[in-house]
Structures are given as C-alpha cells and as structure tokens.
Write a protein that binds this ligand. Sequence first.
Ligand SMILES: NC(=O)c1ccc[n+]([C@@H]2O[C@H](COP(=O)([O-])OP(=O)(O)OC[C@H]3O[C@@H](n4cnc5c(N)ncnc54)[C@H](O)[C@@H]3O)[C@@H](O)[C@H]2O)c1
Length: 253
Amino acid sequence: MKLSNKVAVVTGAASGMGKAIAELYAKEGAKVIAADLNMDGTKAVVETITKNGGTAIAVQSNVAKLEDIENMIDTAVKEFGTLDILVNNAGIMDGFEPVGDINDDRWDLIFDINTKSVMRAMRKAIPIFLEKGKGVIINVASTGGLNGAHAGAAYGASKHAVVGLTKNTGYMYANKGIRCNAIAPGGVKTNIAASMKNINEFGMGRTQAVHAVMPRMGEADEIAAVALFLALDESSFVNGTVLVADGGWTAAF
Ligand SMILES: NC(=O)c1ccc[n+]([C@@H]2O[C@H](COP(=O)([O-])OP(=O)(O)OC[C@H]3O[C@@H](n4cnc5c(N)ncnc54)[C@H](O)[C@@H]3O)[C@@H](O)[C@H]2O)c1
C-alpha cells in the first residue's frame, strides 16, 4: 500500500472528488479524517471505507468556520497522532454571474468556502509539518482558476486565488520538506451542480462556447488518482505548481 502509516485530512469528503480521494487514500493505507458539512454523506463514506478494511473518521466541518477547520486538524492529531497530507477540496460553484451582477453576500460565501478555508487549513497544518520536516498539501482548484471562461467572476477569482496561494506556499516552504500543489480539474461528474444557485443566464451563455469544446466529462476517480500521485514521494520534485486534469479541454486555448 502506498500510503501506509500516513494521516490525511480531506475536506468535502462526502461527495464527488473528495469522496473518491478519501476512499482511494484509505485503500492505500492512509488513516483518513473525512471532513464535510454533510454529515450523513460523510458517515456513509466512512462506513464504506471501514467495510473495506480501511480507517477513517467522519468530522462535521463547515470550512467557512475557523473553529471547524481547526477542529478537523486537531482531530487528526488527537485520533491518529499526526498529520501528513492535507487535501483542501471542499468548494462550491457560483451562478455564473459576471462582475456586473455579483452581490456581496454571494462573493463573500464563495471566497470563505473556496479560498479563505484553504489559507486557514494550511496555516493550521504548517506548524505540524515544520516540526516533522515533512508534509504534503493538495488544493483542489479548477481550470476556472487558470482561465476566465469556465464559471462566473466570483468562482473564477476564488480559484485563481487558490492557485496563487498554492504557488506562494510551495515556494515559501520549499526547503522545509513541505510540498504544496494544486489540481485543476476540468469538468468532472460530481454533485457540484447542486451548489449552482440562481443561474445567471447571460453569464452562463457566455461560458457555453467554451464548455462546448470539452472533449468529455471526467470521473471523480481520475482526479483521485492525481491526488494520490501528488501525495506520494514519487512526486517529490513537483512543488508550487498546478496539475491540470481536464482530458485535454484547455489544450484547445
Ligand atoms: N465538478 C467539477 O466539474 C469541478 C471542476 C473543477 C473544480 N472542481 C472543484 O472540485 C472540488 C470538489 O467539488 P466536486 O465537484 O467534487 O463537488 P461535490 O458537490 O460533489 O462535492 C463537494 C463537497 O464539498 C462539500 N462542501 C460544500 N461546502 C462546504 C463547506 N462550507 N464546508 C465543508 N464542506 C463543504 C459538499 O457538502 C460536498 O460534499 C470543489 O472545490 C470544486 O470547486 C469541481
């Protein structure tokens, strides 16, 4: 098993890519803290992991709340003794609003969940990693963090910020044994559409030309495989960068 004796925290673990990552990490021997707002979903994931002989604990966590972020990392240390891998995956979509139509509440919510939570979780994990002289951070960004036409202004800006945070963190701690990378998935079959509220017809229409050239939608397992690679020592020279996994979609631009 590739992650024996490793302890991982995965946010947004109840569904989609977070679920796939939590299950794959556990299959590879990691002890997993599965954190999500949706406790029923998280418990079901933990049940599957346990049934298959793996080890995982469900932790209710709203990543928009500082105390929940700190609790999920503290639980890893309390229950499993340490933290080796942090996967910041939880995220929501916007409603494809262009900047002229954004309201402040939606902007703040998207940034709290998609961006500020990533900073806060990394800030909490860094002292643990510095003490060990080792640690891996994987942030699930998006091709919308590299391009301007995949969602609305708030989502795109929130994911561009995650890319910036990832590069800065990878660079800052490069000589401390800590690696920080992002994954930029293209379109992937998950439940993310459930977070798209009050769709902005104009904004969505503007993105349609770009969505129309997507070769195919990916599977959550295909992103989990990338998250496994980034967690392993085999990727020791990959740091402060963004791994695009989009089936060739953005190669078109
Ligand atoms: N699906 C795609 O096409 C796609 C493409 C690029 C990037 N992404 C990113 O991938 C990540 C995972 O999304 P997914 O597609 O698997 O979606 P998903 O909706 O299937 O899963 C997201 C999970 O995050 C959880 N979550 C939402 N808000 C939360 C909060 N405040 N606190 C804790 N958990 C919360 C949800 O309960 C859910 O279980 C997100 O960051 C998303 O932006 C998705």
